[in-house]
Design a protein around this ligand. Structure first.
Ligand code: HSE
Length: 403
């Protein structure tokens, strides 16, 4: 019998308990051992809930319980999650977490502690919710050099952009509707400004290359500047706007960013709409591999957590090596990263075409009938060169064009 404790009986934590209970027989057969939730840490009591008798309010009770071998952290936030996870590992318990903020900020340190104590720190649910991506990167794709990761890593923003595209609605009204339907938080900043996707691509890229990519170092652009006019241009280009967390190997460096991009129907992630997430990984041997599914939600995320619990139960007393060192990843400066850009500038075509040509050289105009602005697509150029060229013009918006 594997006894586990859950830290935080919120959405994901209660989902974990539900899955362990509902799929008990199947999980026991597949694991070769029964998994039993011995205690749950929460500030609240849950009278009438089947777990009411195993709720504890003091983490020390769990830390000092020698029967508990796995701690499941589903509290979220950095503190006290970090202190509880660190203390659990130091007291010889493995930890399975869904907490991307914790993993992005303390991944290498917590993995090192796990290694020192011959236990494991597992975090499948921290990226892509229910989509298996961490274990595939660590195990299934271990023979490959990873050339590129491109992910639609945030359900809220993918939903907003999909609704704007399908209904022709503006950003603010779609966001309001998403909040009413529960697809966006009351404070949606982390999602719409790209911070959530940034932590996720930081984790995936660090794992892919075995070195630390600090999320603070990743250029991050959200979706708040996208308007219905941008969507109309996208349609004219036969493209959709999606926000990507992406990284790719360029020589011995890695280029990484979070930004909205225009993609056409030949892109493998073109049809990933609504709240769904998807991640495309290019390996130098396996080629393209795609992962698709629900990037959030109670049972999807909890399923990923329980997959870690099962993995740990099958390998208790064995440390499973995860390569993610403290050493910083060699990140390519943003100015050197190349892309094509779709650009909108103030002024009618006749008025500004010459200035645009002087700044950007050859461009491809995109005409959707607006007379007060000029839209065009540049040739492939560096971010640095784009910045210099754009400085000479009155730019309304620019979106990178992945075509
Ligand atoms: N707010 C996140 C999303 C939840 O929309 O994808 C999962 O991290």
């Amino acid at each position: 019998m594997m006894k586990v404790s859950v830290l935080g009986y919120g959405t994901v934590g209660s989902g974990v308990v539900e899955i362990i209970r509902e799929n008990k027989e199947l999980i026991t057969k597949r694991t070769g051992e029964e998994i039993q939730v011995k205690s749950i840490l929460d500030l609240r009591d849950f009278p009438g809930d089947p777990v009411q008798d195993i709720i504890v309010h003091d983490f020390e009770e769990i830390k000092n319980d020698s029967e508990v071998q796995i701690v499941i952290e589903t509290m979220g936030g950095l503190h006290p999650a970090y202190e509880f996870v660190k203390a659990s590992l130091e007291s010889g318990k493995s930890v399975c977490t869904s907490n991307k903020a914790l993993v992005a900020a303390y991944g290498p340190e917590l993995l090192e502690t796990a290694q020192d104590k011959n236990v494991n720190f597992l975090f499948e649910a921290s990226v892509g919710g229910g989509i298996p991506i961490i274990r595939p990167l660590k195990v299934s794709l271990a023979p490959d050099e990873i050339l590129e990761i491109s992910g639609i890593l945030n359900g809220t923003t993918n939903y907003i952009l999909t609704e704007m595209t399908e209904k022709g609605a503006d950003f603010d009204s779609v966001l309001k509707d998403a909040q009413e339907k529960g697809y966006a938080e009351k404070d949606p900043t982390a999602d719409i400004e790209g911070h959530d996707a940034c932590r996720k691509i930081a984790i995936l890229t660090s794992l892919a290359y075995g070195k630390q990519l600090d999320f603070e170092d990743i250029y991050t652009e959200g979706i708040t500047k996208i308007t219905d006019r941008d969507i109309n241009y996208a349609k004219k280009l036969g493209a959709k706007i999606k926000i990507f967390g992406s990284s790719r190997k360029v020589g011995d460096r890695v280029a990484a960013m979070v930004a909205p991009k225009l993609i056409t129907s030949s892109h493998p992630l073109y049809s990933v709409d609504g709240v769904f997430n998807a991640i495309l990984v290019k390996g130098n041997m396996v080629g393209d591999v795609m992962f698709y599914g629900q990037g959030a939600g109670k049972l999807a995320t909890a399923s990923a957590v329980v997959s870690d619990v099962i993995e740990e139960t099958k390998h208790s007393n064995v440390h499973m090596k995860t390569l993610w060192e403290h050493e910083k990843l060699n990140l390519m400066p943003l100015d050197e990263v190349t892309s094509k850009f779709f650009v909108r500038v103030h002024g009618g075509r006749e008025e500004v075409e010459k200035e645009v040509a002087a700044a950007f050289g050859k461009v491809t105009p995109v005409d959707v009938g607006y007379t007060d602005e000029f839209g065009f697509v540049t040739e492939e150029m560096t971010e640095g060169a784009y910045g210099k060229a754009a400085d000479a013009l009155s730019v309304i918006n620019k979106i990178r064009f992945d075509a």
